[in-house]
Write a protein of this length. Structure first.
Length: 236
């Protein structure tokens, strides 16, 4: 009499077989690997940082790759951060110009913002109240989008008079506090801390003595970088 199929010992991959157990172990191992890799892949995606500024941000007078944005991006990458910085610097721009274009500059991919405007307001001796209102509006727009923001200011020299100097210099800490922004009170502080003679001897300024050279930008970035790192910790 021929044996029935049910009488023949199974060699399949059912749950009770050795092969089935091995297969379940392989699936479990693969699942564990996938669960471990998924967060790492999410972390590997670069953060998009919008740098809204004027000629200092744009890289006026410098070869490609030596301006503020490329040097800052290189500094951040060297310190372990995956960042894509969008250069939204426009030479000659004032805070009014930044206010006019920040809305369409905040594209859906932007995850953090750095605002570095105000130098041309100062050079034109525009009223500090006007600069303050523009900074306030820009920070409000960024806050409305729920994005972390860094505010980089500048210091007015004494030849503008004490009233102007006080009103202008107060904009940055007060606006940063009001909007929860990471603060850099004076973007050019590392250069301002040196005497004109030392800046000249080290070749830190361009011929116009307004814009930093590539070496001067490097000093600025070394001070700015840690503050941008703080900004990146706030990216969701």
């Amino acid at each position: 009499m021929r044996p029935r199929i049910s009488d023949v010992p199974s060699k399949g991959y059912g749950p009770g077989t050795a092969s089935g157990k091995r297969r379940r172990m392989i699936f479990s191992a693969l699942a564990a690997v996938l669960l471990a890799v998924a967060p790492l892949r999410a972390q590997e995606a670069p953060v998009t940082l919008l740098a809204l500024g004027d000629s200092l941000t744009q890289g006026y007078g410098l070869p490609q790759g030596e301006g503020l944005v490329p040097q800052l991006q290189a500094w951040l990458q060297a310190h372990g951060h995956r960042v894509n910085i969008v250069n939204a610097g426009v030479s000659g721009d004032t805070t009014a110009g930044g206010r006019a274009r920040i809305g369409w500059s905040l594209t859906p991919d932007v995850q953090a913002v750095m605002i570095a405007l105000g130098g041309n307001d100062m050079l034109r001796a525009l009223p500090p109240a006007q600069t303050r209102a523009n900074i306030d509006a820009m920070l409000s727009e960024v806050n409305k989008r729920g994005l972390p923001v860094l505010l980089a200011g500048l210091s007015a020299p004494g030849n503008y008079g004490p009233d102007y100097q006080h009103a202008f210099n107060a904009i940055w800490p007060e606006m940063a506090a009001a909007h929860g922004a990471v603060l850099v009170p004076d973007l050019l502080a590392p250069l301002a801390a040196l005497s004109p003679e030392e800046r000249a001897a080290r070749g830190l300024m361009q011929a116009d003595n307004i814009h930093p050279s590539a070496a001067g930008v490097k000093l600025v970035v070394e001070a700015l970088g840690p503050r941008v790192e703080t900004l990146l910790t706030e990216v969701k």
